[in-house]
Design a protein around this ligand. Structure first.
Ligand SMILES: *Cc1c(COP(=O)(O)O)cnc(C)c1O
Length: 219
């Protein structure tokens, strides 16, 4: 975990926030980073998140960063601080329903496909706009859309990665102008992982999601 100080310093200097991605890692490792001051942790599987949360301090902000099946939303709805991976209206509707049941508001990001790879999950501009214009979307009272999330192509070619981050930033700006004027909560661009977070910060990331550099390789 020697990288923690350096990376959190870089992220803070850029005015962004660090999501420590702890998927597959034991609670003892999460606790160790917590003891050094880290408060935001990210997990990509609902059941793993459900199981870890009660084992760790209450003031951790848990971020869900992986594809969420509708039948699993109920397990994390009582406590999740932010869901980065809203990739369909269907899942957003379910998050709204479960948030309502728990008498709370859940902060969400819309996940976009920006990589060259065939990505399974996420919106493109047209599908996001269609959702945001629909009356069914306007009816959701227990979710707050706080911005966008995306993953760049897994490549060493940083020019490709940079273009994809620029594209995600452009999508953010378009949505802000068209749908979220004056909505102060719409301000997050979640982009950047262990291999590309420096480029992401240069391109305007407000939240980087870093696992490997903090916790080591996953088995
Ligand atoms: C695992 C994961 C990360 C972190 O990846 P690293 O390369 O280990 O930093 C970031 N975002 C998502 C969506 C992930 O699933």
């Amino acid at each position: 975990m020697d990288n923690y100080e350096r990376i959190s310093g870089e992220v803070t200097a850029a005015g962004a926030r660090l999501v420590a991605v702890s998927k597959t890692k034991p609670v003892a490792m999460i606790r160790a980073l917590y003891d050094r001051g880290q408060r935001i942790f990210g997990e990509n599987r609902a059941l793993e998140l459900r199981d870890k949360q009660p084992e760790l301090p209450d003031d951790i902000q848990w971020h869900m960063i992986g594809h969420l099946q509708t039948n699993k939303v109920k397990y994390i709805a009582p406590f999740v601080a932010m869901i980065h991976s809203i990739d369909s209206f269907k899942v957003l509707e379910e998050v709204n329903k479960q948030a309502d049941r728990n008498d709370r508001m859940i902060d969400c990001l819309l996940q976009f496909k920006v990589a060259r790879e065939e990505e399974k999950y996420g919106f493109d501009r047209a599908s996001a706009k269609a959702m945001l214009e629909a009356p069914e979307f306007a009816a959701l009272q227990n979710v707050r859309i706080c911005g966008v999330m995306g993953m760049a192509t897994f490549t060493d070619d940083m020019d490709v990665v940079r273009e994809e981050f620029k594209n995600l930033k452009a999508i953010f700006e378009e949505l802000k102008t068209s749908f979220f004027q004056g909505a102060d909560a719409f301000r997050e661009i979640s982009m950047g992982m262990s291999g590309d977070y420096e480029t992401a910060l240069e391109e305007g990331s407000t939240m980087v999601r870093i696992g490997t550099l903090l916790f080591g390789e996953r088995g």
